[in-house]
Write a protein that binds this ligand. Structure first.
Ligand SMILES: [Zn+2]
Length: 140
């Protein structure tokens, strides 16, 4: 078994390339169903409402509120050893879909359900930026 200390980086494929390209430009994309108008999380391939598979990308505001969160104390990947404990939040975007991400710029013990958050983008490689969130009004 080989060990690596580099963080796992998402590799854009044809389904996610658009999402990561937009993230690099500081834009958060979600999916939208043109048949029934429902907004969906970016990873959705089929509409929850009408099973339509022809979803389109639309730009989200990047604004939402914390729906739930956990603070992870357990090390699940060696590359994150310097970051334990770290938080995992579920953000309910103003457009409706929920995204799993991390809250940056706040202490883990200050995270509260219902806090207003906005997307920020963390560049992890030349072609991948990952949306994270910070509390609205907190320092960049
Ligand atoms: Zn639909």
């Amino acid at each position: 078994m080989t060990t690596t200390t580099s963080r796992p980086i998402p590799i854009p494929d044809e389904r996610s390339a658009e999402f990561f390209k937009a993230a690099q430009q500081g834009r958060l994309l979600i999916k939208r169903c043109p048949a029934c108008g429902r907004n969906l999380a970016p990873q959705k391939e089929i509409c929850d409402g009408c099973s339509n598979e022809a979803l389109e990308w639309v730009q989200a505001s990047g604004q939402g509120s914390i729906y739930s969160f956990v603070v992870m104390h357990q090390l699940l990947h060696p590359a994150f050893k310097d970051e334990v404990p770290y938080n995992v939040i579920v953000v309910e975007l103003d457009e409706g879909p929920r995204l799993t991400s991390n809250l940056v710029g706040s202490a883990n013990n200050e995270i509260k359900v219902g806090q207003r958050v906005e997307a920020v983008f963390e560049e992890v490689s030349d072609d991948v930026a990952i949306p994270k969130f910070r509390v609205v009004g907190s320092a960049p």
